[in-house]
Design a binder for this molecule. Sequence first.
Ligand code: PHE
Length: 380
Amino acid sequence: MIQRTRSLFLATGTALVLSAFSGCNEGGGDAIVIGEFASLTGKEANFGTSSHEGTQLAVEQINAAGGLLGKQVELRTEDNLSKAGESANIVNKLIAKDQVVAVLGEVASGRSLEGAPICQQNGIPMISPASTNPKVTETGDYVFRVCFIDPFQGTVMANFAKNSLKVTKVAVFTDVKSDYSKGLAKFFKEGFSKSGQIVAELDYSGGDKDFKAQLTTIKNANPEAVFVPGYYTDVALIRIQARQLGLNVPFLGGDGWEGADLLTIGKDAVEGDYFSTHYSPEAGSPKGKAFVEAYKARYAGKTPDAMAALGYDSAMILAEAIKTSGSTEGAKIRDALAATKNFDAATGSITLNESRDAVKAAVILQVKDGAFKYLETVSP
Ligand code: PHE
């Protein structure tokens, strides 16, 4: 059987080598192999588990409907343990060894930024389901995302603080280890400081356990709200310690808050707080509702979160591009992806702009009675 082997070591990127021996590589034989890198374990395991489940559901539906180009689709998933410094190797392996035709991942912007250059250099399209930092798709013309970006998300929360919460003095608490957190903090500040005041700006490092020193400084600055563009595990601990210090003003955040563990760890401490994200199962289109039903049926009644929906959408948009291009060649899939318009996705209609980002609405959720409650949708 003739199969393709791709070399990573040619400066030109992609090389096609014909091999007469099927044992020479580990491509999927007659299947179309798609790679996925995700944080399946470790600190942000909620992210990776959700996006993987959404992606897997999409692949199962695609295969049940006859596959793509007459072939079944095979998903190869690799775990980066939620750690920095793992994703480049993993993506290299997916491309060189598994010979994937495209890569899906990651949720966290920092880890997408590690995988993206490898995809770009090899001419393999990559679609991030949920990374919102602008730099991710700036990596190059093979890198796409199916979500909005943080200049929009930061503005949404700045406007929400000003117009809905009517606060004029806000503190910002940023994870300096996270590209996502630094970017979202910057865009929030740009938006909010047009008419409000940033009364304190403090930093933490993702994974820290004691935030009391910074929270004391924040409290002494008398903010009316605190913006924490972090990931849910850190945010839950930050919120608990803030309450212990008597810092009871509303806390606000972005999509990184949306992990089930925000509630299981944060409990009462996160009650009443607000964050922006990509999607709410309470406010879906017919397509969104069908996705919620299918996901619940597949995963023991579990309600999908934004990462699950975006993981699903990333695979569906890739499948559509493979179908319309009639090819598994990187350049052809890339061209089809770049032309994506009004795609009816679980998270809403997706059009990819010239920067390969999705132009989409955000939703604002509030933690209420131990659950995420839909408040409003904000269009770009
Ligand atoms: N947007 C975050 C990032 O870029 C990841 C994220 C997406 C988290 C969706 C939760 C929900 O790092």
